[in-house]
Design a protein around this ligand. Structure first.
Ligand code: ADE
Ligand code: ZN
Length: 340
């Protein structure tokens, strides 16, 4: 198989904390004297067994990021790993522990540190998307949203929601999304992962999102698939995450290809790569091997993600040019990228 690492990629669905390398978390945990009991397995990777224990491990891991300053090294490490897999642009979810409970100073210190980490890495551009955590409840979500909206934006372009889709209803977070939209942020929400088609409908109707994180279980309702296609809703599909979390038994049984064939706007991402032993290269290899996707399909993925990206037109134009040059032939001028 050809080396798919160098194929230029755009990733729209990546959790910054969820992408933390285990070695970084272990180091920070030791420096801070944090109790990370049970977080790692015997190979040194993250230990979890299903969605519930995954979310619990995620909370434990996040404890090392209670210090806002840690976000510089975290962001740098994550972007370096993405760039090593041919990602030239990414949109990254930020969900610091409890959204710093409404502490504006800590939020701003975290955001500034994340910007500093992003500035350190060449060859990849990024934007940030703060996300509220559904299972932490609407009250904390609103506090976090209002705090975030008061602070400077930097690379923040969107707003979203992650967490356990089995808790609460999208409607419960409608106020957060309305405020974010009024403030000019673009919207996305996790839905159709551990919730069915009704959950995707609720995200569209109650939160007015233009992108859906995952959305794959829309496949269970042909009318919803037709709606997603007709309304040009972009799906942030993360096949490796879905397989690891047990949604589908194999990539062959995953709905990514049928959704695409039905006219849905499909993009590919890794979600929380070290938790799932995943990389963007592995995602592309699986799509190539299982569905025979090749250069033309990967170019379509890039253009679809570019179209759905929350950055401005100048950045999009630069990213369109990168596609022609390939991930490895970026000029240094383009590497810097405009801050649109
Ligand atoms: N947060 C991090 N990964 C997630 C996932 N796959 N689903 C919901 N919330 C998440
Ligand atoms: Zn996610």
């Amino acid at each position: 198989m050809t080396d798919l690492r160098a194929v230029p990629k755009i990733e729209l669905h990546l959790h910054l904390e969820g992408a933390a390398p285990p070695a970084l978390v272990r180091r920070l945990g030791a420096e801070q004297g944090k109790d990370l009991t049970g977080l790692f397995d015997e190979t040194g990777g993250y230990a979890w067994s299903d969605f519930t224990t995954f979310l619990a491990a995620y909370e434990t891991m996040s404890k090392v990021f209670e210090d806002p300053e840690t976000y510089a090294d975290l962001t740098e490490a994550v972007l370096l790993e993405q760039a090593a897999n041919g990602v030239v642009y990414s949109e990254i979810f930020l969900s610091p522990p409890s959204l710093f409970g409404g502490d504006c100073g800590r939020w701003e210190a975290m955001r500034a540190a994340a910007e500093e980490g992003a500035d350190r890495v060449q060859g990849i551009d990024c934007r940030f998307i703060p996300v509220v955590i559904r299972h932490h409840g609407p009250e904390l979500a609103l506090t976090g949203t209002l705090t975030m909206l008061k602070a400077p934006r930097g690379r923040i372009r969107g707003f979203g929601m992650a967490g356990d889709e089995r808790a609460f209803q999208p409607q419960d977070f409608a106020g957060c999304f309305a405020r974010a939209r009024e403030a000019g942020l673009r919207l996305t929400a996790h839905a159709g992962e551990f919730g069915g088609p009704e959950s995707v409908r609720a995200a569209l109707d109650d939160l007015h999102v233009e992108r859906i994180g995952h959305g794959v279980r829309a496949i269970e309702d042909p009318a919803l698939v037709a709606r997603l296609a007709a309304e040009s809703v972009t799906l942030e599909v993360c096949p490796g995450s879905n397989l690891a979390l047990g949604l589908y038994p194999s990539i062959a049984a995953h709905p990514v290809a049928p959704l695409r064939e039905a006219g849905c706007r499909v993009t590919i991402s890794t979600d929380d790569p070290p938790f799932f032993r995943d990389t963007m290269t592995k995602e592309y290899e699986a799509l190539s091997k299982t569905f025979g996707w090749g250069d033309a399909d990967f170019e379509t993925l890039y253009r679809t993600a570019l179209d759905a990206a929350f950055c401005g037109p100048e950045t999009k134009a630069a990213l369109a040019r990168r596609l022609d040059g390939g991930a490895r032939s970026l000029s240094s001028a383009e590497k810097e990228g405009p801050r649109a």
